[in-house]
Design a protein around this ligand. Structure first.
Ligand code: MTE
Length: 361
């Protein structure tokens, strides 16, 4: 479905929600398009390049309406390798603490990295004469109507103007040197490296510069950390904490969790990711549930906005092997130990220590 590889784990066919097996992500700086996870809240629109138009309005001196040819011809093209991670990544860890009804049980694969190609959002906003006020917000509108929203409405979201003016934020029409596929937002999507995937609005058709964050359901009601005792069905717009920067996270990608592996030399592989203005500085591995830790080897990075791959070589003795990993970022912060302390009613941002278990024979 949607040209994804046959071993893709499909949570829902409509709206299409699917993630790769963790081992499919392993060892690659850039995730192939057929492997990249896909997260949708409504039917996937079909918009041709000829039909597509982007309107830029609000607190700008020169409102614009750009065709695909104008966007791609008028502005310089830039490429950014960036990881997208859904805020629901690793929700299965929360489900083990307490059930989260109505939300897909995403495993570790709602995380993928691509080379995105497009115009800088900054260049387009400057062409529209955006006001220079860091308190403003840039709201994105899309045509896919979601009946998961209350009331039913098209998908949308916003980011603060200072982030929108950062050089890494793109209006992308290319993914891994191909035209942006329809399922990933083609012909044009926003890519907001360092922020939760929800802000990288697909099939973008409107940009509005405004004093407040977007009042779209997926900004004002969803993708917020509600208190553990809150009822998401009765939460009001603005309740909870709005998610922006993606949380520091890491995982084991290979071998597959639960695999049987032969005794002797083996190598663990994984990724780590630090949000927005932070970088991954270290990944630690523990074989005793976190009492003692040893450093993993970090591979060279190809982009500040992409994930950091790591590996750890060991000699495995026969018996059960329990692996725990955690990352540290450039602010000196590390990941919290348990999902129970982070549990929230919508199941967002599980960045607790990651674990994998192997049977060594
Ligand atoms: N944009 C639109 N228009 N509609 C959506 O449902 N989902 C968001 C974001 N942009 C979404 C969207 C979420 S929650 C994520 S995690 C990313 O797209 C997923 O992008 P992908 O499907 O290309 O992996």
């Amino acid at each position: 479905m949607w040209d994804k590889r046959p071993d893709t784990i499909v949570h829902e066919e409509s709206p299409f929600n699917a993630e790769p097996a963790r081992s499919a992500l392993c060892g690659r700086d850039v995730t192939p398009v057929d492997t990249f996870y896909s997260r949708n809240h409504g039917p996937i629109p079909e918009i041709t390049k000829d039909d597509w138009q982007l309107r830029i309005t609000g607190l700008v001196t020169t409102p614009l309406a750009l065709s695909f040819a104008e966007l791609t011809g008028r502005f310089d093209t830039h490429a950014v390798i960036a990881t997208l991670q859904c805020a629901g990544n690793r929700r299965t860890g929360f489900n083990q603490v307490r059930d989260i009804p109505g939300e897909d049980p995403w495993g570790p694969g709602a995380t993928s990295t691509a080379e995105w190609r497009g115009a800088r959002l900054r260049d387009v906003l400057q062409a529209a004469g955006v006001q220079d006020d860091p308190s403003l917000h840039v709201a994105f509108g899309a045509p896919d109507v979601s009946d998961l929203a209350t009331p039913v409405q098209p998908y949308g979201g916003s980011i603060p103007l200072p982030k929108a003016m950062s050089e890494e934020v793109l209006l992308a029409w290319g993914m891994n040197c191909e035209p942006l596929p329809r399922v990933h937002g083609g012909p044009v999507r926003v890519v907001v490296p360092g922020f939760i995937g929800a802000r990288s609005v697909k099939w973008i058709t409107s940009i509005t510069v405004q004093p407040e964050p977007s009042d779209n359901f997926f900004q004002s009601r969803a993708y917020r950390i509600l208190p553990a005792d809150a009822d998401p069905d009765t939460a009001k717009p603005g309740d909870g904490i709005s998610l922006s920067s993606v949380a520091l996270n890491c995982d084991v990608l290979a071998p597959e969790d639960g695999a049987t592996v032969p005794a002797g030399p083996m190598t663990l592989h994984g990724y780590a990711l630090a949000g927005d203005d932070r970088t991954v500085e270290r990944v630690d591995v523990s074989f005793d549930g976190g009492s003692t830790w040893t450093q993993a080897a970090l591979e060279p990075t190809h982009s500040k906005w992409g994930w950091q791959l790591w590996s750890f070589a060991l000699c495995a003795a026969p018996g059960p092997l329990h692996v725990t990993v955690r990352a540290w970022d450039s602010t000196g912060s590390t990941q919290p130990e348990s999902a129970a302390t982070l549990w929230n009613p919508k199941g967002y941002a599980n960045n607790s220590w990651a674990t994998a278990n192997f049977d060594v024979t």
